[in-house]
Design a protein around this ligand. Structure first.
Ligand SMILES: N[C@@H](CCC(=O)N[C@@H](CS)C(=O)NCC(=O)O)C(=O)O
Length: 216
């Protein structure tokens, strides 16, 4: 059976939602971050980066969220969670999955873990600069929803890119200008939350309302 190594609300939520969309049996294996289990020798054998998620599919051990999503889409083609191979639409999906991972997600990680990048006295400034870098990225997503015509990132076709975009948008909830303060992105988040797969994953991970919206 497919196994997903996860921690609630982390990047693993993206493949978790995707697995729920597939409607296939899978097993969740909690990585105990409170005890730094992602850096344990056993876990490092699965992912030498010590990062969550990891997917195990039989003998295949896979890390990197977009790779996991693309693999699951490829092995479950009947669910059509990526456009047809070789089409311009598929290429656009690759572009968004890559951009979400190496640009938006990577920058959000810098924001959340600022203390890993600069000395303590520079953290507030670094975080403010990182937040300023995030603003045009959210504008880019907002513009994409307008130009694709929505309701999903690629337009009429719900895809793996939505699992990523949605979770990353939720991660922005406490920025001064979070994703849900932008009109198309706000509607998009609401729409995503109505998907049964999102609701099942959120219930399993016991995500509270504060995951989706700014803390009061
Ligand atoms: N590029 C990786 C990044 C994964 C990642 O940053 N995971 C975070 C949780 S959101 C993590 O495991 N952090 C633990 C740590 O930094 O020790 C992916 O997309 O799979």
């Amino acid at each position: 059976m497919l196994q997903l190594h996860y921690h609630p609300s982390d990047a693993s939520l993206m493949p978790h939602i995707f697995l729920e969309e597939l409607g296939v049996p899978f097993q969740l294996c909690l990585v105990d971050r409170a005890h730094n289990a992602q850096k344990s020798p056993e876990y490092l054998r699965l992912n030498p980066n010590g990062l969550i998620p990891v997917l195990q599919d039989g003998a295949l051990v896979l890390y990197e969220t977009p790779a996991i999503l693309m693999h699951l889409a490829d092995t479950h083609p009947q669910v059509h969670l990526l456009p047809a191979l070789g089409t311009p639409e598929r290429a656009q999906a690759y572009k968004w999955l890559t951009w979400l991972s190496n640009t938006l997600q990577a920058t959000l990680v810098q924001y959340f873990y600022a203390e890993r990048y600069v000395p303590a006295e520079g953290v507030a400034d670094f975080r403010a600069r990182t937040e300023a870098r995030l603003a045009p990225m959210l504008d880019q997503l907002e513009a994409q929803l307008h130009s694709s015509g929505g309701p999903w990132l690629l337009g009429a076709h719900y895809s793996a890119a939505d699992c990523m975009a949605f979770v990353l948008c939720c991660w922005t909830r406490n920025l001064q200008r979070p994703a849900n303060s932008l009109p198309a992105l706000g509607a998009y988040i609401t729409h995503m939350r109505q998907r049964p797969a999102v609701q099942r994953a959120a219930a399993t991970e016991q995500l509270q309302e504060a995951f989706f919206t700014r803390a009061a």
